[in-house]
Design a protein around this ligand. Sequence first.
Ligand code: GAP
Length: 478
Amino acid sequence: MDLLEKIVSLSKRRGFVFPSSDIYGGLGATYDYGPLGVELKRNVKERWWREMVYRHDNIEGLDAAILMHPTVWKASGHVDAFHDPMIDDKASKRRYRADDLIERHIEKLETSGKGKQARDVRTRFVAALHSDDMPKELHRIILDEEIRGPDSGAFDWTEVRQFNLMFETHAGAVVDDETKIYLRPETAQGIFVNFRLAQETARQQVPFGIAQIGKAFRNEIVARRFIFRMREFEQMEMQYFVCPGTQMEHFEEWRAKRMQWHIDNGVRPERLRWHEHEKLAHYADAAFDVQYDFPMGWQEIEGIHSRTDFDLKRHQEFSGKKMEYFDPHRKEKYIPYVVETSAGLDRTILMLLCEAYEEEHIEGEERVVMKFHPEVAPVKAAVFPLVKRDGMPETAQALAADLRGHFNAFYDDSGSIGKRYRRMDEAGTPFCITVDGETMETGSVTIRDRDSMSQERIPKDNAADYLKDRMRTWSRSA
Ligand code: GAP
């Protein structure tokens, strides 16, 4: 089993992530978060919100509806241009993103020492992405480079065709073109259309940001790799409205801050890198992705985009409503430029699962342990009575109840202590507390550290403060 398969299996077994509608055989590219997964996800959202909204007094929160006026998507360009270039392998009947196939081919050339060929293909690839007939040019590269179907190994391709990724539905009882609406493919447009209302009600001045966490939907044609590419997923987006001409300085500021946030969540810096976009969208003047070294290779988890004034200008044009801002310092009106930070919540979760997963061999036995940063760990502490008698269960339950006033704590009295430790290791619980005979005499408990498996005794009444301190000062090598 490769690492991703192990994570898929652990996720289902331990309640992180389940296939959606599992009893009906699942629904492609749609997943549900189980009891542990939902805690992990809430912790990540909470950390993002705290970092973006609470730590910046010039960033406001927003929660816009998923369903929006259909003209929003005409103005944003999604109706006309939210396409992926797809190609079918006739042998395996599988469909792939043509640009993905070529990027992977280039990476393979690079890793097998064919640097010159890799550079030549990349030059052609970049030209193809900018050409007027992008599908045809991508198709030519695939044929010329004899790129084979990743699943079949065959060389039997269809043409490259463009597919729109937006999910359509209808508002009301009548199903026709007049009632057609879309499930939002990004949360960002909810921010753009509320720009004036949010700015005026919060009395913010440029530069300021609006942040939002919410669902987005894309009818991904190639939806594989677990929660990496889903049809229903969550984004954590922030649009930062700035004075035209200052966007690059804010772009660099947000690049640094966003990379640091991932590192602060416990991700090893060497597993993160920047990837500059080969082709800028027509409205962007800079775009970089944060990539993580997933088991299937380097892949995007977050995009930092300098989107100019494109979106606000288009909404002004399509709605007829002014999107201008009067700058009291410059004493002039302008449509602000936007620097966007757009992170995928589910991809962040997959990254944290990959980053945490470790297999260790301890005295002839294998231990699977999820070494999450304690601040994102679903359960912070588990409390065990050593045996189910002599008042230990009652004391342990009272301690767990006390800890729950501070963070998510779990009580467990079933099975041997060793088995209880293993269960908590797989759940990624950083601390296990055992109530034993000595507790009943002296009031001290043992605290077992998930990562080092070392144990120490502390007074049980200090447990909450002690654990909070340990969580705050955690580092991977500890
Ligand atoms: N507002 C800009 C925007 O939506 P994007 O690069 O298309 O930009 C931003 O998406 C982030 O959303 C990506 O970096 C990724 O983490 C996440 N994302 C996009 N499509 C996704 C999908 N099908 N499944 C899971 N996450 C996705």
